[in-house]
Design a binder for this molecule. Structure first.
Ligand code: HEM
Length: 184
């Protein structure tokens, strides 16, 4: 029940975020990034922090990230095998690692989808997914693990109301790092 409430909160605002588009014009060409399609730089109230504003594109991506983390937390094919450190922290009501992971994943997706106002400051994709360089990564991931991760991401994005067309575009970003994440 707790999980359902959290997921509802996380996803509450993404349907609106994903339905608005904006375009950037330079000379006669129009460039529309995936970030723009998710709502771009339009500022909206941040439902997670009252009184603060957030870019609509970032809010959409953060919602998908957080929703996906909850899907993975319930997925016995991935949860304890890879995310035991994170899950034991969350089980003890320590959200520090969760918040860092959410921020870094959100920054990563913002940059990868065309945001201009954020930078990714986490580990490289190779280091983040190599247990010898990241003690929070339970073990090396296989191609099948990666595909399961993508399945969970699609579930998380669908719960947030993202269209299948936008999910497909997020999938292109995710698949572009497969060779760095899969290390066995
Ligand atoms: C088989 C698939 C995958 C597995 C099992 C996996 C697992 C993990 C784990 C265990 C962590 C550390 C979590 C923690 O901080 O407690 C992590 C971090 C991270 N992962 Fe993945 N991951 C997978 C795929 C991906 C993909 C496809 C992306 C990007 C598109 C990604 C991006 C990241 C990022 C940005 C971090 C944070 C790195 C940092 O904080 O420095 N991962 N991943």
């Amino acid at each position: 029940m707790k999980k359902v409430i959290l997921l509802t909160l996380v996803c509450g605002s993404i349907i609106a975020a994903s339905s608005v588009s904006s375009c950037k014009k330079s000379d006669s060409t129009v460039t529309m990034t995936l970030y723009d399609s998710l709502g771009g730089t339009a500022m909206v109230a941040d439902p997670a922090a009252s009184g603060t504003m957030i870019e609509k594109g970032r809010l959409g991506l953060r919602s998908v990230v957080d929703s996906t983390i909850f899907v993975i937390a319930a997925d016995t094919a991935l949860n304890n095998k890879f995310f035991a450190v994170l899950l034991s922290e969350v089980g003890a009501s320590n959200l520090t690692g969760f918040n860092t992971l959410s921020k870094n994943l959100t920054d990563f997706f913002c940059v990868a989808t065309g945001a201009k106002n954020f930078t990714y400051g986490g580990k490289t994709m190779v280091a983040a997914h190599d247990p010898s360089q990241n003690s929070r990564m339970g073990t090396k991931a296989s191609s099948a693990d990666f595909d399961q991760f993508v399945t969970d991401l699609v579930t998380g994005a669908t719960k947030c109301g993202l269209s299948s067309q936008l999910i497909g575009q997020v999938g292109v970003v995710v698949n572009s790092v497969k060779s760095q994440v899969v290390q066995k």
